[in-house]
Design a protein around this ligand. Structure first.
Ligand SMILES: [Zn+2]
Length: 297
């Protein structure tokens, strides 16, 4: 029930609920759902760079190893209730826990509204929510550790292939499961191949790594989750933002631009988020701009 049609609303109205009340409950439920996934992303952000499993060991305090009970693990509420401290040893927890949970919940809700309001294919929401989780996890890990773990990009890529087979309509109205899979694989190969070739040629010319393989894998997964235009938009927007940041950083640190290294992951993540929320609008605006300047000549 992504959109509240008159028919679905009729059934809810029999429980005595009016439209604003129902919509509020729906949005709160989506936010809570997103915040729960945010809680899982926190585990990924902390454990993946350490090479630990994200499923086997239960959550525990990193200082006193006190096992966190379910009632202390409720997204957002528990953090606020315990004022961001461990119940046992009172060690303060990173504010990342709160930020990631609230951010994931908010982005899930906004994307739900955006796709629902625009009347887009409801299955697209699965792709976008997965992309959101990939963006938050890799963006954060890369900013902190300068690495994009395969444990984030490869599962996202495989999930996207699976979604394409189950919901082929995302790739086109008449797409069957195998044409959707073909589109997904070709998109991944083009985007991944493009950035991979750039990485290889760049290393030859500059005699150092100009881009990490984690970034290449991230863009490959993006191409299946957002399609080829989305992947190239992500790369373009991420490169522009990353370059501006690099120039500013070099200025502040009084270092040559050549020796200024930045984590590219957070910028790619920002580019992908921008595409999901405003990609179509920006593309239309850009094409209009090109058409106008073409006419003027
Ligand atoms: Zn503790």
């Amino acid at each position: 029930m992504l959109r509240l049609t008159e028919e679905t609303f009729y059934w809810w109205s029999r429980f005595g609920m009016d439209y604003p009340a129902l919509l509020t409950i729906l949005l709160i439920a989506v936010f809570a759902f997103g915040a729960c996934w945010g809680s899982f992303l926190n585990v990924c952000i902390w454990r993946l760079p350490l090479g630990e499993s994200v499923v086997t060991a239960p959550s525990h305090c990193t200082k006193c190893h006190y096992e966190i009970r379910w009632f202390d693990n409720i997204p957002i509420f528990s953090y606020l209730w315990l004022r961001g401290r461990c119940r046992n040893c009172h060690e303060p927890y990173s504010c990342r826990y709160l930020v990631v949970e609230a951010l994931t919940g908010t982005l899930f809700t906004l994307l739900y509204c955006k796709i629902g309001l625009a009347g887009e294919n409801p299955a697209l929401l699965l792709f976008y929510w997965t992309m959101t989780m990939l963006c938050i996890t890799t963006g954060w890990i890369d900013a902190e550790h300068r690495l994009i773990p395969d444990a984030t990009t490869i599962p996202a890529f495989l999930l996207a292939l699976l979604y394409s087979v189950i919901f082929p309509s995302v790739w086109g109205e008449n797409a069957t499961w195998w044409t959707a899979l073909l589109c997904a694989v070709v998109s991944a190969a083009v985007a991944g191949g493009f950035l991979g070739a750039f990485a290889l040629i760049g290393r030859k010319l500059a005699r150092r790594d100009v881009i990490g393989w984690g970034d290449v894998k991230f863009l490959t997964a993006t191409a299946v989750l957002l399609g080829l235009p989305g992947a190239f938009f992500t790369l373009f927007a991420g490169s522009v933002a990353g370059s501006v940041y690099g120039v500013i950083l070099a200025r502040i640190r009084h270092r040559p631009l050549r020796r200024t290294r930045i984590a590219f992951g957070p910028f790619l993540a920002a580019g992908a988020l921008l595409w999901m929320f405003a990609g179509e609008f920006l593309l239309k605006w850009y094409l209009q701009f090109v058409r106008v300047s073409g006419l003027a000549q």
